[in-house]
Design a protein around this ligand. Sequence first.
Ligand SMILES: [Ca+2]
Ligand SMILES: [Ca+2]
Length: 99
Amino acid sequence: MASQLESAMESLIRVFHNYSCQEGDKYKLSNVELKSLLQNELGDFLGSKDPLLVEKIMNDLDKDHDGEVDFKEFVILVATLTVACNDSNMLCRGIGEGM
Ligand SMILES: [Ca+2]
Ligand SMILES: [Ca+2]
């Protein structure tokens, strides 16, 4: 049986590919794909309905400026959010309850 961390890593990869293969490059998230990933998978986290938020996140994440988010760039987002979550007791409590 996979450990918790191994399962988490596997889920991360699976979630990314669920969205990245919807259009265009199968290994990268377009603006549209990133948006639906954020809304469906991180809606509670981001909470905001700010339409510019996706633009902003895309600009921040797209380190190589090809207009898409690859897995490496996606992992940076997840790591950043995980650190933010760990820093915030309130968020962690929320996640604990959801599990
Ligand atoms: Ca894609
Ligand atoms: Ca990119």
